[in-house]
Design a protein around this ligand. Structure first.
Ligand SMILES: Nc1ncnc2c1ncn2[C@@H]1O[C@H](COP(=O)(O)OP(=O)(O)OP(=O)(O)O)[C@@H](O)[C@H]1O
Length: 340
């Protein structure tokens, strides 16, 4: 099979892929369903459909947690299956992978090894920091700009980066993302209403209500289990309860952004204050999040047009452009000294 070049943004919630040969970008849920702890039953979107609905002999596993790989073999199987469903051999392809910056070298190396040492037999594996891929995806002149603040709100994490002159000045990975918010909503509903809802229902509530711009008396009917009677039933959840659950985790993200700004060199900070910050990642679609962040940080907030695909669009540009390719590196490079 002919060689190909892939851009991979491996997220906790979804894997985004750029396929150079077929000139297309696609995404798939980062989930695998395993039967009797042995046989792979389904992968990707199909496996996600089974989450919270599967019988007890089928385990639905999320191979990534908080932005890093937690089940290496499941992740490798999932990726190989998604890239190569017909299981034709695809040796000799090249990969450019977007990785979070604020993780350990071992965690970063796992992304590299995932492709380097799989049946894919990669010809070349390059890594680029996700904040940089986001900036390229936003169409910013990464080499010239002297102050860029990007917050990537994802499924498992919020990756905050400050860039200047083509490099990372500061970066912080906050372990709060969509999943954390969903758990917060489900927990508050349980404590407040004695009503048990699943994570997917909590996600639907969060997507429906958002953070701002909705009337204060809206409600949504959801299915769950009454914890007093033990009976499954429908109930109305008010918007106020969902907003209350989101408040503290979102404040934590705001605090991380502000504390990073405090540590930013003054000249870079001046440019950021003038230009504002950029919002990327799937959670940036949360209704009203941009207005909320604008009010809380005092910065102008610009949301990427397709925030969840911003990093993979950056990877696409990097793959096609020689100058941008200098932003990538290999962990096998002589001058890359990992663990030292
Ligand atoms: N319209 C929407 N409204 C609210 N939230 C949304 C919307 N669309 C997607 N999301 C949320 O975005 C999150 C996924 O974002 P994204 O795909 O950027 O995450 P990821 O890259 O997989 O995760 P991470 O970057 O943390 O590893 C999910 O929690 C999902 O619920």
């Amino acid at each position: 099979m002919a060689r190909n070049v892939y851009g991979l943004d491996l997220g906790t919630y979804e894997i985004k892929v750029y396929d150079k040969k077929n000139e297309k970008i696609w995404k798939e849920k980062d989930v695998i369903a395993v039967q009797n702890r042995k046989y792979v039953f389904a992968v990707g979107d199909e496996a996600y459909e089974m989450y919270e609905k599967a019988p007890s002999n089928i385990q639905v596993v999320f191979p990534m947690q908080n932005g890093v790989i937690s089940h290496f073999e499941d992740m490798q199987y999932l990726l190989t299956n998604l890239l190569n469903p017909e299981r034709k051999f695809m040796r000799g392809s090249e990969y450019v992978i977007a990785v979070p910056t604020d993780v350990t070298e071992v965690e970063k190396k796992a992304f590299f090894d995932l492709v380097s040492y799989s049946t894919a037999r990669a010809r070349e594996v390059k890594i680029v920091e996700r904040g940089i891929a986001d900036a390229v995806g936003l169409g910013l002149n990464i080499f010239e700009e002297k102050g860029i603040l990007i917050a990537n709100f994802g499924g498992g994490t919020t990756d905050i980066s400050i860039l200047s002159s083509g490099g990372m000045v500061l970066n912080k990975l906050v372990k709060i993302g969509g999943e954390y918010l969903d758990n917060a909503v489900a927990n508050l509903v349980r404590h407040n209403r004695d009503f048990l809802i699943g994570r997917l229902t909590a996600e639907a509530l969060r997507k429906e209500f958002g953070v701002f711009d909705q009337e204060a008396h809206a409600t949504m009917q959801v299915a769950g289990r009454n914890l007093i009677t033990g009976v499954p039933q429908l109930t109305e959840i008010p918007i106020g309860l969902v907003r209350a659950a989101l408040r503290e985790p979102l404040k934590e993200c705001v605090r991380a952004i502000l504390s990073m700004l405090d540590r930013t060199p003054p000249d870079v900070r001046k440019v950021i204050e003038k230009r504002g910050m950029y919002l990327t990642g799937g959670l940036a679609n949360l209704r009203g999040l941009d207005i909320y962040l604008q009010e809380m940080t005092g910065l102008r907030v610009r949301k990427a047009p397709r925030p969840e695909l911003c990093a993979v669009e950056g990877l696409k540009k990097i793959i096609w452009n020689k100058e941008l390719k200098t932003l990538t590196y290999s962990m096998l490079d002589e001058d890359y000294r990992w663990l030292r």
